[in-house]
Ligand binder design. Sequence first.
Ligand SMILES: [Zn+2]
Length: 292
Amino acid sequence: MKHCFLLLMVMCFLNASAQEPQTVITFQAGKFTLRVLSEGGGQGNSGLLKGATPEQLKKYLPDGTFPIETQVFLVRTPDKNILIDAGYGKNLFKNLQTLGLDESKIQVILLTHLHGDHIGGMLRDGKAAFPNAEVYLAEKEYDYWLNLGEKGAVARKVFEAYKDKIHRFEPIELVEIENQTDELIPGIQAIAAYGHTPGHTAYLIRSDESKRLIWGDLTHAMPIQMPCPEVALSFDVDSEKAILSRKLLLDYVLKNGIISGGMHVAFPAVGKVSKGKTEGYAFEAICLCEGL
Ligand SMILES: [Zn+2]
């Protein structure tokens, strides 16, 4: 059984590389097809972190750096093409083209938050890059960037470019998730994951019995923030809240065995959260293909 699984994994990688560039990977959630579209990446350094002890840094980031990539998620439901965030727009359009999707075929954009590495791809020459997309974001996130002064300039350009296509909503608190049937759009629930920014939102995707969580910027420095989720980022708007959200959501996916992915998790950026060997959590990236 184990060998069979490994063989399928290998076939999965071969299959993916034969049909798609390495910047795209495909996995299923019931009737939905999800794709991770890579925007590329680089190295972050420990100076970006807050609250890490010298021992933790020595143990988990011995050279003081960590890989940080940016991903966009594409969800194809039976009747919609949905982007979760839009990255910088670096590889996004090329990746969509490879999948036979031009910008006009994206009907929905769900935003986790409005940092430039998540909304840069929404604009082209200052105009809406996705002319037919309805855009969804948390009310709190909208209010924050609307009133932020100079730092909110790109976000406000997005508001202007998409005007009446902007939909603001109140995410569900995770503690209420089992009692809540509210879906933002069919098959997708928006979950409050506040802290990194005031309206930071994760998205729970459900189709048939399958659940997937796309957690946005719940983590940036995976090698240290998984074992030590109390390590924050210097530019979290509210690091205490960000830590709380990280622990709550990681506990939730761990307890429920939900395959998850994040915008700054290294490609393929989806996997399983487990208990860490000595502390905190661990993340094992996996490749999910049709039939697996
Ligand atoms: Zn980010």
